[in-house]
Design a protein around this ligand. Structure first.
Ligand code: AN7
Length: 351
């Protein structure tokens, strides 16, 4: 059957009434790409797959949660939604709100969201305020404002978001015909690791899969509250999507880690950029820096020989690289220019 988005595909596993009409951009059904060259490059002998969530309609995994949260909000008669965001949530919320005919209010940390994400929120017509503060402060304000003005919060503290996002775990199991042994992903506000674990457990309890993966979460080392065991007041990383110091789903992330026998570690910005490049050059996949944190984590774990063979490993690439082009142009030299004649071009290309 033609793909109709994650709600129609997984409705029996979602807490939506049968009368709830889907607000959808046909999100989900993203590639699970085998990555043998990346596996080899990081010294992994198992089967590695990339869940390419940048292939969603607004370019990130947030669309899975947003279709469910906004469909429910619309069914409840909500006229406006609000979120705090490091970028991708606001892009997704603004797009789905546009389709639902709702107003979208967005609080972002000033100067700290990638240009691609900001341009999406702008074009979809969100009302945006750039606060002189960080994501954690924005989320606190959103909670207060939402109550005062009866707005629907579409951050991942909205449980419908996590139910939508768990569908990525379903897709992975459906495609592999089993659950992976390890699942790597970046962790910021910690909704996604919580949602994946929920999805894997649900399939296991339903008898669809016989096991669950170890959940391997990675934060940026300048924004690693779950590694340090306490909130970080001034989180810093060039992976602005995960520049978060006090994750809302703290307990969910710890439960996912502990119940699955996994870990939450951290990687430096240098490791993130190197992993982003390795992914792009080895497999031809352009993911944003936050997504590359998971690849850097994989690289780190493989370097210390913790993964037994044979293993099936999935790594979620949460957002598209085009979201944040300046992460590349800020560090790469500009292309050499040449007059428009063949000899000059040949010389530059060293042909
Ligand atoms: C590409 O958009 O929090 O641990 O406000 O955009 O579920 O928060 C984004 C998070 C990873 C972390 N990768 O996921 C927001 C926001 C990308 C992201 C994460 C985000 P969570």
């Amino acid at each position: 059957m033609k793909w109709q988005g994650v709600i129609e595909k997984f409705r029996p596993h979602l807490p939506l009434g049968s009368d709830v009409k889907a607000v959808t951009l046909l999100e989900g059904d993203t590639p699970l790409l085998p990555a043998p060259r990346l596996a080899q490059a990081v010294g992994l002998s198992g089967d590695l797959y990339l869940k390419v969530e940048g292939a969603n309609p607004t370019g990130s995994f947030k669309d899975r949660g947003m279709t469910v949260a906004i469909s429910q909000a619309a069914a409840e008669g909500s006229r406006a939604i609000i979120c705090a965001s490091t970028g991708n949530t606001s892009a997704s919320a603004a797009a789905y709100a546009a389709q639902a005919g709702m107003e979208a209010y967005v609080l972002i940390p000033k100067g700290k969201i990638a240009l691609g994400k900001l341009s999406q929120a702008l074009l979809h017509g969100a009302r945006i305020v750039a606060i002189e503060g960080n994501f954690d402060q924005a989320l606190e304000m959103v909670s207060a404002i939402a109550q005062q003005h009866a707005l629907t919060i579409v951050n991942s503290i909205n449980p419908y978001r996590l139910h939508g996002q768990k569908t990525a775990a379903f897709e992975i199991c459906d495609t592999l015909g089993r659950a992976p042994d390890y699942h790597f992903l970046p962790v910021g506000n910690a909704g996604n690791i919580t949602a994946y674990w929920m999805g894997y457990c649900l399939y296991h309890e339903a008898g669809i899969t016989s096991g669950t993966p170890r959940m391997m979460g990675f934060q940026a080392s300048g924004a690693a509250p779950l590694v340090q065991g306490r909130p970080v007041r001034n989180p810093e990383t060039l992976a602005t999507a995960i520049r978060i110091g006090n994750p809302a789903s703290w307990n969910g992330a710890e439960a996912a880690r502990d119940e699955s026998g996994g870990m939450i570690g951290c990687v430096t910005d240098e490791e993130i950029l190197a992993a982003q490049r390795l992914l792009a050059t080895s497999e031809g996949v352009f993911a944003e820096p936050a997504s590359a944190a998971a690849v850097a984590g994989l690289q780190k774990v493989c370097g210390t020989d913790q993964i037994p063979v044979p293993s099936v490993i999935v790594c979620t690439l949460t957002g598209h690289g085009l979201k944040d082009p300046s992460a590349i142009t800020d560090v790469c030299p500009e292309p050499v220019s040449a007059p428009a004649n063949i000899d000059a071009v040949r010389k530059v290309l060293k042909l």
